[in-house]
Design a protein. Structure first.
Length: 289
């Protein structure tokens, strides 16, 4: 009877004092719910117990299996997202797992967070802590590892932190723009796409991000050719004063929203660059590679 696969047996295993039985239960849940929405709905009730495993365990295998199970249970299931957000320590424990010395734990936590933050219910506040933003920026460098999941997830999470000018400025202050340009210049298509998405999000709300993007051409010179980098370096927004304070920018409309001067008679009006024009150029470069 104890070996039967039923809805109650995994829960019993999670409550067991035997570590081997608990690990088997976590793994069984993960294997059942991945890619199966019906099973996800069946196992939503064990999410608090999985979070407990995540919060209380320091064992890598427990953390890997629990993070993978949690990520699957919240992906595409809004009730799962609601349940996980109601559990104390769920998001902070996943963020803590990103600092693990075991790269497998970091990958599992990064994937779970990426899946969680596909939901509009996921809170941005935990990500906007300066230490968290700085760590996410540091994780952008992990694209050179066998798995690019960490760098992709970090870029995706940074993109979620740019819903307002204040949030975008926090992301810029953490050093995200140069790191995202380096990620864009990587050899991995999925990393390039994640970097472009994040750059589009941050430049959409931050003049400082636009200026930094246009000035961060060194990686492009190395990876996409001098001609392409020169095109970016001569873009009109680079001529703006990089030393303009953020306070002045808050008091005025962003430069890209100002109306262009009237064109001379009988001359065609030139299109003014938008806040994501540089990002669009990056997309074009990516398509040419």
């Amino acid at each position: 009877m104890a070996d039967m696969v039923s809805r109650s047996s995994p829960e019993q295993g999670l409550r067991s004092t035997d570590s081997a039985a608990r690990l088997r239960a976590v793994r069984e849940i993960k294997n059942n719910v991945i890619g199966n929405k019906y099973k996800k709905l069946q196992f939503l009730h064990v999410l608090p117990l999985l979070v407990e495993v995540l919060v209380t365990s320091s064992d890598s295998e427990f953390l890997i299996q629990a993070a993978a199970a949690i990520g699957s249970l919240v992906y595409g299931v809004e009730d799962g997202v609601k349940t996980i957000l109601a559990c104390d320590g769920a998001v902070t424990s996943l963020l803590k797992a990103l600092t693990s010395s075991d790269p497998r734990v970091v990958v599992a936590a990064a994937r779970a967070l990426k899946l969680l933050y596909k939901s509009p219910q996921a809170p941005r506040e935990p990500l906007l802590q300066p230490a968290v933003l700085e760590h996410l920026v540091a994780l952008l460098q992990h694209w050179q590892e066998p798995s690019t999941a960490v760098a992709e997830a970090a870029a995706s999470l940074l993109a979620h932190c740019c819903a307002s000018p204040a949030e975008a400025e926090s992301v810029v202050a953490a050093g995200s723009v140069p790191a995202l340009v380096v990620l864009f210049a990587s050899a991995w298509r999925s990393c390039q796409e994640a970097a472009v998405d994040a750059l589009s999000a941050v430049t959409g709300h931050s003049q400082a991000a636009c200026l930094q993007l246009l000035q961060s051409t060194a990686p492009l010179q190395q990876h996409t050719g001098r001609q392409a980098a020169a095109q970016l370096s001569t873009a009109p927004l680079q001529q703006q004063k990089a030393s303009a304070s953020l306070q002045q920018w808050h008091q005025q409309r962003p430069l890209w929203q100002e109306q262009p001067p009237p064109p001379p008679p009988k001359q065609q009006q030139q299109q003014q660059p938008g806040p994501t024009s540089a990002v669009q150029q990056l997309v074009q470069l990516m398509k040419q590679r």
